[in-house]
Design a protein around this ligand. Structure first.
Ligand code: HSE
Length: 298
C-alpha cells in the first residue's frame, strides 16, 4: 500500500505574524511517496532534487515520522521517497513540506488515527531538527491549507483562516542560502511596547481583512516593525524589490519566512505576474540568479 502526496510550499510570518501566521501556495511544492511496510521503523529510500541527508534521524521527514510512530500502536514501518522541488534554505517552507507530507500520508495509510492538530505536533519535530525551534507557522498551513494562525503554542491551538479568492502570491528567491537557525540568532529577544502595539494592530487587521476579503485592509496590514528591519539586511536588494513590487500594484511585500525569499501579495493573477517581472529586473541588475513563483494562495 502506498500513497503519493503533494506537499505545498508555505510563506510563514506574512510580515506581521512572526511565528504565528502562514499560508500555503497552491502550485508550488514537493512530491512524496509513502509506503506502508512490515519492517519496523522509517527508511528514506529515495531523495531527489536536493542534496539532503537520508539517514532517518537526520532527515526532517524521518524525524517527523518517528514522532508519529512513537505515539502509534502500529507494529510495522514506512518507506519514504522525497522528490524535492522546493530548495532547502529558500524561505518557503522546504523542511515543513517534507515533515508534513510524511505524517499526513502515514496517518492516511493507518486509517486516520490522529487529528490534524496531532499531525502538526509530529511535523513540528521536523522543524526542530531543521531550525532548532519547533515553530508551527509553516507546518500548520501545509497541513490545513489556506492561512493558519497559531493562536497558542502551549497548548497548541491552530485557527484556520479562509483565503480570499483573488489573493495571489509572488515569491522571488535570490540564490543565496540563509539558514533559519542563523536568521533566528540575530533577532532581538525583547521588543518595545510601542512596537508591540503596531504589530498586533497589523496582525488583527490582516486577519480581519482575510475574513472579510478586504484587499485594501490586507495591504495596509502587511507591515512588520520588528523582524523585517533586522533580517532584511541579510537579503541583497530587499528594499528595492519591495518598492518596485508596490509600484507594480502589489498589496504588500515582505520576507518569506526566514528569507532570503521575498513575497508579495496581489489582487489577481495579472498583477501578481507584473510584480514578478518587476522583482526579476532588480536581481538582473544586481547580477544575482533567482527563481520566481506566481501562485494562488490556498
Ligand atoms: N517563523 C519562522 C522564522 C519561519 O521566521 O524563523 C521559518 O520558516
Amino acid at each position: 500500500k502506498n500513497i503519493s502526496v503533494f506537499c505545498p510550499a508555505t510563506i510563514a510570518n506574512i510580515s506581521c505574524g512572526f511565528d504565528v501566521l502562514g499560508v500555503a501556495l497552491e502550485s508550488v511544492g514537493d512530491e512524496m511517496i509513502i509506503r506502508k511496510v512490515d519492517q519496523k521503523g522509517i527508511r528514506i529510500t529515495k531523495l531527489t532534487g536536493q542534496d539532503l541527508p537520508i539517514e532517518t534521524h537526520m532527515n526532517v521527514a524521518g524525524v517527523a515520522g518517528l514522532a508519529l510512530l512513537a505515539e502509534s500502536d502500529y507494529e510495522g514501518g514506512f518507506e519514504i521517497e522525497i522528490h524535492k522541488k522546493i530548495k532547502a534554505g529558500s524561505g518557503i517552507g522546504s523542511s515543513a513540506a517534507s515533515s508534513t507530507g510524511a505524517v499526513w500520508a502515514m496517518n492516511e495509510l493507518l486509517g486516520r488515527p490522529f487529528s490534524k492538530l496531532q499531525l502538526v505536533k509530529f511535523a513540528m519535530e521536523g522543524e526542530r531538527l531543521a531550525s532548532g525551534v519547533a515553530h508551527a507557522d509553516n507546518v500548520a498551513p501545509a497541513l490545513f491549507g489556506g492561512f493558519t494562525l497559531v493562536r497558542s503554542y502551549h497548548p497548541l491551538d491552530i485557527v484556520a483562516i479562509p483565503s480570499p479568492p483573488q489573493l495571489w502570491a509572488t515569491v522571488i528567491h535570490p540564490q543565496i542560502e540563509i539558514r533559519t537557525s542563523d536568521s533566528r540568532k540575530i533577532l532581538k529577544t525583547n521588543i518595545t511596547l510601542a512596537d508591540g502595539i503596531k504589530q498586533w494592530g497589523n496582525l488583527g487587521g490582516l486577519v480581519a481583512g482575510l475574513f472579510t476579503e478586504d484587499y485594501d485592509l490586507i495591504g495596509r496590514s502587511l507591515i512588520d516593525h520588528i523582524v523585517e528591519p533586522i533580517r532584511s539586511i541579510l537579503i541583497p536588494g530587499f528594499d528595492k524589490v519591495k518598492s518596485v513590487s508596490l509600484e507594480a500594484g502589489a498589496l504588500g511585500c515582505g520576507i518569506s519566512g526566514s528569507g532570503p525569499s521575498i513575497f508579495a501579495f496581489s489582487k489577481g493573477e495579472e498583477t501578481a505576474k507584473k510584480v514578478a517581472g518587476a522583482m526579476k529586473e532588480v536581481y538582473k541588475k544586481i547580477g544575482i540568479d533567482y527563481d520566481v513563483h506566481v501562485s494562488k494562495v490556498n
